[in-house]
Write a protein that binds this ligand. Sequence first.
Ligand SMILES: C[S@@+](CC[C@H](N)C(=O)[O-])C[C@H]1O[C@@H](n2cnc3c(N)ncnc32)[C@H](O)[C@@H]1O
Length: 260
Amino acid sequence: MSYDIIGNIALVKFNEKTGERNKKKIAKELLEKHPNIKTVLEKTERVKGRLRTIKTKHLAGERTKEAEYKENGCAFRFNIEKCYFSPRLAEERKRLMQMCRKGERILVMFGGVAPYAVVIAKNKTEIKKVVSVELGKECNRYARWNAEKNKVSSKVRLIQGDVKKVLPKLKAKGEKFDRIIMARPNLKETFLKWALMVARKGAIIHYHGFSHEDDMEKMVEEIRKECGKEKRKIKVLRVSKAGDIAPGKYRYRADIRVMN
Ligand SMILES: C[S@@+](CC[C@H](N)C(=O)[O-])C[C@H]1O[C@@H](n2cnc3c(N)ncnc32)[C@H](O)[C@@H]1O
């Protein structure tokens, strides 16, 4: 079994052979071992669909699916089943926050409950603005709460909608960004076409891609191809591992500079 502690909730993934009685026993042990955990949920279905949501089952403790969680000096609240969230990305958010510079206009595509936007706005007060675009209505409701709770609402703009519809509208208004964080879902489409619509010359794109380590070069080639189609020249500055997905498979982050 493996588990994540998300504030007050432990989310446990068992292997297929674990029986129900054993699951309850393990859940009770988790409650006893970690006083901060108030609820133990079993992850019964893996991340699915456009909204990247999971299904869970209550095993022990308080009956709630709402997590209250802290990272990088910020407090977050969200429903574990209705919103994608991974505490394993806390270090990645910190690294990206540290890269943000004074005066920048930053776009977060696939913003979720706004962890990137809030962590950046809270810790890098010298940035100009961070805009976070998220499809899920429920995610966006929590994102608003998270921005308010962390007192960063004046720096953070939250837009609910599909990046494919929202970004052409921002482009039409002449909006451009210095830095674009593509916290991509693990889906086939690269979405680079839409990021490039609002990337100014010299912008940095942080692209999350999912690949087996043997195929990492193919992922970079696809990025080059997609940018070429949009007649944009890019320089791939670095590719780093940003998290594990499965044996040999990783979430990579490609840092790209848009040259024209
Ligand atoms: C991998 S999650 C990242 C969420 C968040 N950035 C985080 O790290 O917690 C991807 C998010 O993209 C959203 N999403 C998927 N397709 C989208 C689209 N076309 N436009 C906007 N958001 C989308 C999903 O609802 C999901 O919340």
